[in-house]
Design a binder for this molecule. Structure first.
Ligand SMILES: Cc1cc2nc3c(=O)[nH]c(=O)nc-3n(C[C@H](O)[C@H](O)[C@H](O)COP(=O)(O)OP(=O)(O)OC[C@H]3O[C@@H](n4cnc5c(N)ncnc54)[C@H](O)[C@@H]3O)c2cc1C
Length: 425
């Protein structure tokens, strides 16, 4: 029986462990946080009432995630709706979630809207992004859709997600965003935490172990063969194989035996952290589910009113709003006390809904996570490692290998399925 340690209990690690346990491997998942789910984990608003720490939904194209949810018996709770998606521009809210709504997007002249619509249709029709390789999204959008189209619509979105590196993002990444997204969105009633709890339960039922609250501090090759996973609590695990699902840069830090030429190629690139302020309000703030904040001067890039998608009754009548950001991992926002974030963000909510007052806020939480958004620059693809590393017994499967698609639960699950097929082959 192969003994496998899986590092990380996010979508990727749990799917790998579940599939290996189904095959009869002896699996141990080691996770730093006290609960499974990684970036898609939830928190309890009140006892038994869970919400994702960072806004999450599925697209209708997320086949691997939908299949796994169904296989685990949660398919009946996967809710599909077409919530309202808007863009805030020139102090006005514009619906922008279809070709027809693009035609009505008045911040751009009609000729620009038509031109943009045609190029978006072209990207949607392209089956893959091979011919787009080597170009940046910013250059291509400016050339094809015009610089006004870039400045008003896509530039603010790329800057919101990638900051100063927005101009260097690979065009295939942009293709995938346009290509994969659907207006119909799926949400797992009760939060995606349920999926990860269910996976963890199944792993245990199959004879595996999920060690939560246990940080991995080193991955070593045993002189006598096999691998050793050392944990920060002073313990260790002797196994035949390690699958690390952490950011590639973290795996490189933990595994001193990875050779120099591997590091120079794959211990590479930048990533942003994510930050979300979650507010519970006693009344609705907006009418939309998703709002891209494209006007300058706001301290958040997206406003996601979860309860304009799910019924507030599911949350004890609360109206739940996320204010989201991607930032450099040393940005002070990622460590700021919640009350301070609320004080900073509140005046901007009144710009969106002039009636807003902080009296509406009944609760607030803030969450931050490192290595939450790979920065997919034009040379990113050349630095993605294969699953197998030069250290015998050490495998990497990480959301940092997702390309050109935007990272998401579906693509971590897909990577997990591919790795397990390879290990079983
Ligand atoms: C703001 C935001 C919004 C998002 N929205 C969506 C969405 O709408 N739909 C969607 O599908 N996806 C969305 N995603 C992306 C989705 O959350 C991720 O793609 C997915 O959860 C990644 O899973 P993973 O297992 O690959 O990585 P992770 O979830 O990052 O898992 C890695 C795990 O490794 C653990 N770890 C790290 N270091 C150690 C260590 N030393 N020892 C032990 N454990 C360690 C971490 O705690 C973590 O649990 C969003 C992400 C963010 C940040």
């Amino acid at each position: 029986m192969t003994r496998t340690a899986v590092l990380g209990a996010g979508a990727l690690g749990l799917t790998v462990a579940y599939r290996l346990a189904q095959r009869g491997d002896q699996v141990t998942v080691v996770e730093r946080e006290p609960l499974p789910g990684g970036l898609a984990a939830g928190f309890e608003i009140e006892r038994g009432m869970w919400l994702d720490r960072f806004y999450h939904h599925l697209f209708a194209s997320d086949r691997h995630a939908i299949e796994l949810i169904t296989e685990l018996g949660l398919g009946d709770d996967l809710v599909w709706r077409r919530p309202l998606t808007v863009t805030l521009r020139d102090r006005k809210v514009h619906q922008l979630d279809s070709a027809t709504s693009l035609l009505g997007f008045t911040p751009l002249p009609l000729t620009d809207r038509l031109r943009m619509g045609a190029w978006l249709a072209y990207l949607r029709a392209l089956g893959n992004a091979e011919r787009l390789e080597g170009q940046t999204a910013a250059d291509w959008i400016r050339r094809r859709m015009g610089s006004r189209g870039y400045d008003v619509l896509w530039g603010p979105l790329l800057t919101g997600k990638f900051g100063a590196l927005a101009d260097r993002i690979a065009l295939p990444w942009f293709w995938a965003r346009v290509h994969d997204r659907t207006a119909r969105l799926g949400y797992l009633r009760g939060g995606f935490q349920r999926l990860y709890d269910r996976l963890a339960e199944r792993i245990v039922e199959l004879g595996g172990e999920v060690r939560l609250g246990t940080e991995v501090s080193e991955i070593r090759v045993e002189p006598t063969g096999g691998m050793r996973v050392v944990t920060a609590d002073g313990g260790f695990l002797a196994v035949d194989r390690v699958v690390s699902t952490l950011a590639i840069r973290l795996t490189c830090r933990l595994a001193p035996e990875l050779p120099e030429d591997y590091r120079s190629r794959h211990d590479w690139g930048s990533a942003y952290g994510a930050h979300c302020l979650v507010l519970a309000l006693d009344r609705p703030l907006t009418q939309s589910y998703w709002m891209n904040v494209n006007d300058p001067g706001y301290p958040f890039m997206a406003l996601v009113e979860h309860t304009n998608y799910m019924d507030p009754a599911e949350y004890g009548g609360r109206h739940l709003v996320y204010l989201g950001n991607y930032r450099a991992m040393d940005d002070p926002l990622l460590r700021m006390p919640t009350a301070e974030v609320v004080a900073q963000f509140a005046p901007h909510l009144a710009r969106i809904n002039p009636a807003f007052s902080t009296d509406w806020v009944t609760d607030a939480w803030s969450f931050a996570a490192p290595f939450a958004q790979p920065i997919v620059t034009v040379d990113y693809r050349d630095h993605i490692p294969p699953f197998e590393t030069p250290v015998r017994g050490l495998w990497v499967a990480s959301m940092f290998q997702v390309y050109p698609h935007d990272r998401g639960q579906n693509y971590s699950i897909e990577l997990a399925e591919r790795l397990v097929a390879l290990l079983s082959g």
